[in-house]
Structures are given as structure tokens and as C-alpha cells.
Write a protein that binds this ligand. Structure first.
Ligand code: NAD
Length: 359
């Protein structure tokens, strides 16, 4: 799938990071560590935090401001080639819309936007501006996930994918106040990984959200969802932020079963294959992708800007991930099994993993 966004030339791309909280610091470090990028500036509505982040990352003489517009007016700003949007979900739409309006490509943290409607509008804005808007689905860049994907091809189309994500995390900040914190802020990773793994989109979902009495979250810190995938298989997600004890990894614990066997993945080490003809566990081959987490995402973003080739996480495709998350929210709210919508801007093709690595 090729899209029409402007490519960028030059040996080094100068990036502005917007949002200098916990994850913003990680993005600043990734931008500073790459040979292909420079940190052009940092924006935070709490400008003291932006200043402090420049000191903490030893970024040097980097301008800071309380808004992107103010930063772009700063005399010492120099050339800007792109924006990394690392604000909380509620600010994703205004910040990305403003950056696209200023003629800049955007690498935005997940979720793409706070609502499907906002996300659809961003797809239109990116298309009209002919700028790349890529969503950073960093957990889909976990190298062992690509090993699991290679194995899924061998066991045949999955009849069932079960993921348990069970942790006990005491966040402060936006997650304690937001609605549906598990589905919007965390399950979005697993949904994106399942789409990457299978090349398929869900057609329907049934979801129950709940919060045990010891939950730290205002609502929806725990949930169970059953997605029907295109072709009839089921993806079952069982997640909680309120599960003390032997916690799963940050990528959860996976079992994928198809006609020719199953694969297990603990979300950290190499996946393990279980085959009816060879009952002993077979450790899968080494990961086929280089670069994990946000550094891999940044490398793909830069490569896309240089080559014009569509990366994983490109906004019109990432609409499919957000549509599954918001259909689960609709189901939890109504108590009914709901159809997963096909948003108008959704690219018709979920990139086929069998065609090789994306980008
Ligand atoms: N990929 C991952 O594994 C991962 C991990 C953690 C967080 N995230 C994502 O990163 C984003 C940020 O999370 P965080 O934990 O860093 O949050 P945070 O609350 O620690 O930091 C957010 C920062 O953004 C600033 N901000 C808010 N609105 C702004 C605006 N309109 N303009 C400029 N700055 C603004 C805040 O002042 C704050 O400093 C979220 O979307 C979150 O889901 C992703």
C-alpha cells in the first residue's frame, strides 16, 4: 500500500517533541540517540517541565515553549522536519492537527486520538496536508512478536488467540481519571499486535469492563473482551490493572492455536511452538526484525519519510486498531455484542504479514 505523503531530504531530520512527561523523556532520548535525528525543540504546557527535561536528557541548547506555535515563532528554532506527539490521549487531536496544519509530519503516541471521530478527522487532515501521520505502536515492535508471527503462518489461520494481561500498577496522572484506562491506554497495544500477527481485522466484539473494590482507577481498570476476527477465529483479551501477585509481562501472555498446532509466548522470551506431530516444545527462530520499542518506531518513521513507503502505524491503517478498541467500549457500555465499524478513512487493506516485513 503506497500513500501520498511528502518525503523529507537531508542527512539529519530535526524533530520537535511535544509533551515532556514520563514517555516524552524516552522519546527525547531516542531522538538524541539516533544518528538520523536531532532534537529541534521541546514543548510542554508546563514549560518548566520542558526545561527540566532538556536538562535531564543533557540535550544542550534546545529551545522550549508552552505550545508548538510559540516554539515555531522562537528565533533560535531553526529548521523543523517533524513532530513527536507524546501528550496524554485528550491532547493528541489538537496537537497533531496543529502540527499537520503547520505542514509537519507527525509521529504520535498511541492511542491515535481520544475518539474514533477525532482519529477519522486526523486521517483527512493528514491526507489533505500530504503529510505522514504515523501512530507509535511500540509494542508491536517487540522483536519476539515477529517470531510469533512467523510461526502463526506455519500453524495456519488462528482459530483462537488468548492474551492475559494481568498487572498491578499504581499510576498517577491522566490514567487515574480517564474513562476506560485499560482498553484505551493498554489493550490498544494488544489489538494492534493481533492485527500485525494475523493481517486481519475484527468484525464483532463482546466486552465486559469492571473494577474490583481495590482498583485505583475511576472506571474500567479491568476488562474481558471476545473479538470475532474476519474469517471466524476468536481473539480473547483478559486484562486488569488490579491483579497483584505473579504479574504477566507488559506484553501479556499469549496462546495462539490453528489447525496445525499452537504457539505460546510469555511476552518476553522467544515464543514456543506446540505441534501435535512433535509434542516437545520447539523454541522458535530468532527475531527477524532489528530495532525494538520506540527506537524501532522512530527508525521506521524516518525511513518512511525518506522513501515514501507506508510504515506500520500509518494513520489510515491504525484506524482499524482504534475501531476495535472503541467497539469494545461500546459493547461494555451497552452490554451487547457489537459490530466493529469500518471507519470511512480506514485503508481497505490490512497489510498482509505474509508479504514480508512492512516498510
Ligand atoms: N508506547 C508505550 O509503551 C507508552 C508508555 C507510556 C506512555 N505512552 C503514551 O505516551 C503518552 C504520554 O504518556 P506519559 O506517561 O508520558 O504522560 P505524562 O502525563 O507523564 O506526560 C504528558 C505531558 O504532556 C504535557 N501536555 C499535556 N497536554 C499538552 C499539550 N496540549 N501540549 C503540550 N504538552 C501537553 C503534560 O504537561 C505532561 O508533561 C500517552 O499517549 C501514553 O499512552 C506510551
Amino acid at each position: 500500500m503506497e500513500t501520498e505523503f511528502r518525503t523529507v531530504e537531508g542527512p539529519v531530520l530535526r524533530m520537535v517533541v511535544v509533551g515532556s512527561g514520563a514517555m516524552g523523556l524516552e522519546w527525547m532520548r531516542a531522538v538524541l540517540a539516533s544518528d538520523e535525528t536531532e532534537l529541534a525543540g521541546v514543548v510542554d504546557t508546563e514549560v518548566k517541565r520542558a526545561r527540566w527535561s532538556v536538562i535531564r536528557t543533557r540535550a544542550g541548547e534546545v529551545p522550549v515553549a508552552e505550545s508548538l506555535d510559540a516554539l515555531l515563532r522562537t528565533p533560535q528554532i531553526g529548521r523543523v522536519d517533524g513532530v513527536v506527539n507524546v501528550t496524554p490521549p485528550d491532547a493528541h487531536f489538537p496537537v497533531t492537527a496543529r502540527a499537520l496544519g503547520a505542514g509537519l509530519p507527525v509521529l504520535g503516541e498511541k492511542p491515535m486520538a481520544a475518539s474514533l471521530e477525532e482519529a477519522e478527522e486526523l486521517v483527512v487532515l493528514a491526507r489533505d496536508a500530504r503529510q505522514l501521520f504515523m501512530v507509535a505502536q511500540s509494542r508491536t515492535y517487540e522483536p519476539h512478536l515477529s517470531s510469533l508471527r512467523a510461526h502463526v503462518r506455519a500453524i495456519g489461520p488462528p482459530a483462537v488467540i488468548v492474551v492475559n494481561f494481568l498487572r498491578d500498577e499504581a499510576f498517577d496522572g491522566f490514567r487515574t481519571e480517564m474513562a476506560h484506562p485499560l482498553l484505551v491506554d493498554m489493550m490498544v497495544h494488544t489489538v494492534d499486535a493481533v492485527r500485525y500477527l494475523t493481517g486481519k481485522q475484527a468484525t464483532h466484539v463482546y466486552c465486559e469492563e469492571y473494577g474490583p473494590s481495590w482498583s485505583r482507577y475511576s472506571s474500567g481498570g479491568s476488562a474481558t473482551c471476545v473479538f470475532e476476527m474476519d474469517g471466524g477465529g476468536r481473539f480473547v483479551y483478559n486484562g486488569s490493572w488490579s491483579a497483584p501477585g505473579d504479574m504477566t509481562s507488559w506484553d501479556g501472555e499469549w496462546r495462539v492455536s490453528g489447525a496445525h498446532g499452537s504457539a505460546l509466548w510469555d511476552g518476553e522470551g522467544p515464543p514456543v511452538r506446540l505441534s501435535p506431530s512433535a509434542p516437545e516444545h520447539v523454541v522458535l527462530p530468532e527475531p527477524s526484525r532489528s530495532g525494538d520499542g520506540i527506537r524501532g518506531v522512530l527508525a521506521d518513521f524516518i525511513r518512511a519519510l525518506r522513501t515514501g513507503r507506508t510504515p506500520w502505524g500509518e494513520c489510515s491503517n491504525n484506524l482499524g486498531t482504534l475501531a476495535m478498541v472503541h467497539a469494545a467500549i461500546d459493547s461494555a457500555r451497552t452490554g451487547r455484542r457489537v459490530r466493529v465499524p469500518n471507519p470511512p478513512g480506514l485503508s481497505s487493506v490490512v497489510p498482509d504479514p505474509r508479504r514480508g516485513e512492512h516498510i
